[in-house]
Design a protein around this ligand. Sequence first.
Ligand code: SF4
Length: 340
Amino acid sequence: MKWNSLLQKTARKVSHKGGDRLKLLSVWGAHLMGQRYIGVFIDPILACNLRCQMCYFSDHAYRATLQGRLTAEDCDQFAANLFPHALRLQIGCGAEPSLAPDMVIRLIQLGRQYKVPFISVVTNGNLLTSDILQEAVTAGLNELILSLHGVRKETYESLMVGAKWERFISLLESLKKLNNPPAVRLNYTMNKDNIIELSALPDLIRDYPITTVQLRPIQKIGESAYQDFSMKPLLDVYDEIIEPTVRRLRTTGIEVFCPDKKKMSVTATPPRHLAKLFEEVTYYYLSPQSNGPGIVDFRKVSFLDYTRKIHLAKKLFHAILLEKNTLSVKALHTTKKLNY
Ligand code: SF4
């Protein structure tokens, strides 16, 4: 078959050139074969019930620029144009989706309707009642990602301004009662104020159905009330607190993502050009203020028409075989991912 033999030839040519090129090659292959390869990331509403210290929602001026809510029609149109190509749908990205619970449920149902293999919701969980949770699971939710930035009530409520510890624990209890709970991932952003108590995390979650813990060092993602971004307090206790906690969690069967000490001490560098291109062609962010990359409106334009218009297959082929993998100097389109 024509595409298969072209793919095999190209694969042979690039196999010695490294990871970014191979990743692009797999995207190119999936694109030519009509397979799913994109992730769709949606904020159904640009608002949050909290003002976490480490988040841009703690910055009054920036918060004022975030507004709007998707309609049911927006969701239906986005779904029709993008979901048939999506490998993953993530609801909640840079804001709190549970402020629009009806749209969350609708998007999960649409994800199922278009057979998206993996659907997750990212939330602080404080507004998630057991009824909404059950509805989301019934609709087909695969994964719930919860923000947790303290293991003690005082730290949790101080860093996650407006959150209530009891509500978070009550959500964990609701998860425990579900017959078929989704995978549950906790996102813990480590900083100098919550790092010592991290060692109590395995005990806190021992009786709950947590499948994954992601430990991330604090990063500046915009203006925020929290101002200490130094890695030093984290590195100082890496061997004493972080590493043993990761080990304990792993012994209980929990998957843990955590940078090693060496990575944490190195200042982040911009991604290479091909890695950036990979992100550009696989990551699609939608919100009340973003209908697609640049001026593209995925409520009106199908994914295939868009890829034809930008000559995606040709662009990938050219990049895989000819372009240098230098450090990227600018993003090709802006993405927005919930970091905290
Ligand atoms: S980190 Fe998440 S929960 Fe906290 S203010 Fe930001 S969007 Fe809201």
